[in-house]
Write a new protein. Sequence first.
Length: 207
Amino acid sequence: MRFALAQYGAAAAAPPAPVSNYVLFGGGSSEFTLRTPGGLPSCPSNTWYFNDPATYDSISSCTSKSSTQISVNVFRCAQYSATATKGVVGCAKCYYAWNYAAGNPKQVQPWASAIEAKAARVSALEGYFVPQTIRDKGSMQSCFLTNDPSLASLCDSIDRSAIDPRGSQSWCVKQGVKTPFGYPLQDNDGCSKYAKYQGKIYCYKWG
């Protein structure tokens, strides 16, 4: 009898299965992650779509409750804010980087830190995240995607004037000091190395 009770107790303590959180893209395609960010607002469908402008670093809405909005999609944000600003829940902490799961190009694996990615024996990362604020969205907290792993050291955060697929005026913020980028900055612009030159930030290596 004791053995049976012990077995039941062990079974009851088993962790719940991870929830799949989906992001919809144009053309009806989607990708998902098994990782749920902290503070993610309730979304019965566990599926999110991009608002206009339809950029990865802008506002996403829940498909089953469009009034539930987050500042950036679930692949980028590790911890959402406790309160909403103008109806949008901002991102208090971005993930460090991401890659696709082995054998599944639809499953996104976000990593909280370089240490976590290394412990999981990730051989290559697809991109890295840097915190950013968007001025025309009420200084909304979001996450910028880059190919440059050192951008997060060059900039504590990025201050962008607007969400614009064509790029927007932006500043690199380091210890409270703002340095302008030398051109309109685009999310995920393909730059693999940024550097400071004559008082501005430029891309020195593409690809």
